[in-house]
Design a protein around this ligand. Structure first.
Ligand SMILES: [Zn+2]
Length: 455
């Protein structure tokens, strides 16, 4: 909503002298009040409220910020009010046209996608996405309204749809289901800026930030407010939109309204958690997932049965090849590993015939592949000094870390229980008794019971 124009200032002494047309155009929530000057009346009336064009909730305007607008009571103000009335009538007419099928703009929905009447900073808010509805050769951006919170507002996630000029595969990219794992968000941002829509066959559906409360609180867990349950959304898929548990409900809405209906292949982007680090690392639980992982070109691939409730595993259960791609450390944008991931995803897209052959950079790394993790943990508390780096090969029995007491005296020497590659390290040296210091990936042709904290 705009402001009343200000041709000149004419003091008035009460609300009754405001032009009636101006009153008609004002929202009911607009304050019209006399300002006092050291307790004495001020003869100039001032409007102190300004509405933005942002609509947050089902057509309920939100008062945004205060400004001081001087209102005038002369004939020019009447003319301005009439102009505003015409604008209002025009807006209603446009809204009515949007309700008539066939007159919708090309980016608006014809079938399964549910577009609400809301917009945030001009970006449409959706209740469900079906990318097949959208116009080709365009990038579409939406806010998906996942669920409401306890104070009558909503949690939204950003959704980007790149619709290629030609039909083809649907690649789902997700990031930030753990709110402190950020590299994947920039992978999506960079990929969207890099892909030429004219050369793209098929559709990229990307959600750069699944866990809105976690991102706001810089937490791995879903932390929607005081008394937060600390739920791990990547153990709750496919969720249940009708659940009494807010985290299960949130997961269910993501899964049923956006993720599963728009995926032929899925890549879920993560990093290690706070205080720890991975190399560039893929979790894969099928032959096709392993092939996708090898195209990505990470340092390591762990072949395992997956983790129930994760996007990767639940996608696979529903027939969609999927991997979890771990991008090293949390709480940062690491340009080097982000660039590797952007290149690797383009290789997957070439394989899926979404991009022309030869259009992706060649793979530079041949990944080490294992199926089991061996944990190296402390029995004493203290400061851990690592003697090996991420990705290093270690021999069984090799000393890989020491634990020192506060005086610097070594109180424990830790050795590798198996030969393999260092796949996780603690970046925080302060260790409690029983803490993990590192993990070693190796091949045992069996399933490990040592489940890592990610995906
Ligand atoms: Zn994660």
């Amino acid at each position: 909503m705009g402001n009343v124009a200000v041709p000149k200032t004419v003091p008035v002494d009460n609300n009754e002298r405001l032009p009636q047309l101006i009153r008609c155009c004002l929202p009911k929530t607009t304050n019209v009040a006399k300002h006092s000057n050291n307790g004495r009346p001020n003869n100039s009336l001032r409007f102190t409220t300004q509405l933005t064009s942002t609509t947050y909730h089902r057509n309920e305007p939100r008062l945004n910020r205060l400004s001081n607008m001087v209102c005038d009571a002369d004939p020019i103000a009447y003319i301005n009010a009439i102009v505003r009335l015409f604008a209002l009538v025009r807006a209603f007419a446009m809204a009515a046209l949007c309700l008539i099928p066939g007159l919708l703009p090309t980016t608006v929905i014809k079938a399964q996608t549910v577009l609400t009447s809301d917009r945030i900073d001009g970006t449409p808010v959706i209740d469900r996405l079906d990318a097949s509805d959208l116009a080709t050769g365009q990038v579409h951006r939406f806010w998906f309204r996942v669920s409401d919170n306890a104070i009558g507002q909503a949690w939204y996630v950003p959704v980007i749809v790149m619709k290629g000029a030609k039909p083809g595969h649907r690649l789902l990219l997700t990031a930030g289901i753990h709110g402190d794992e950020l590299n994947g968000i920039d992978v999506i941002h960079r990929l969207v800026g890099k892909i030429d829509l004219a050369r793209l066959s098929g559709t990229i559906v990307a959600v750069p930030g699944l866990n809105t409360p976690g991102l706001l609180h810089h937490t791995r867990a879903f932390t929607p407010g005081d008394g937060a349950d600390g739920a791990n959304l990547n153990r709750l898929m496919p969720g249940d939109p009708a659940s009494n548990d807010r985290a299960v409900r949130y997961a269910g809405r993501l899964w049923s309204q956006v993720l599963r209906p728009n995926a032929d292949t899925a890549i879920d982007l993560h990093t290690q958690s706070r205080g720890t680090a991975y190399p560039m690392y893929v979790f894969a639980d099928s032959a096709r997932a392993r092939a996708i992982g090898e195209l990505i070109g990470p340092d390591m691939i762990k072949i395992d049965p997956g983790v129930a409730g994760s996007i990767e595993t639940e996608m696979l259960k529903s027939g969609v090849p999927a991997i979890t791609l771990e991008l090293e450390r949390p709480e940062m944008f690491d340009r080097r590993v982000i660039g590797r991931a952007v290149d690797g995803i383009q290789r997957v897209m070439v394989d899926l015939k979404m991009l022309p052959g030869g259009s992706a950079p060649p793979r530079k790394v041949t990944p080490y592949i294992g199926d089991t993790l061996a944990r190296v943990g402390t029995s004493r508390g203290g400061f851990a000094t690592l003697l090996v780096d991420l990705g290093d090969s270690v021999a069984k029995g090799q000393e890989v870390a020491t634990i020192a007491d506060p005086f610097g005296r070594i109180v424990e020497r830790l050795t590798a229980p198996e030969a393999g590659r260092v796949s996780t390290i603690a970046t925080d040296p302060l260790r409690d008794p029983g803490d993990t210091v590192m993990r070693i990936l190796y091949t045992a042709h069996s399933t490990s019971s040592d489940t890592p904290p990610s995906p």
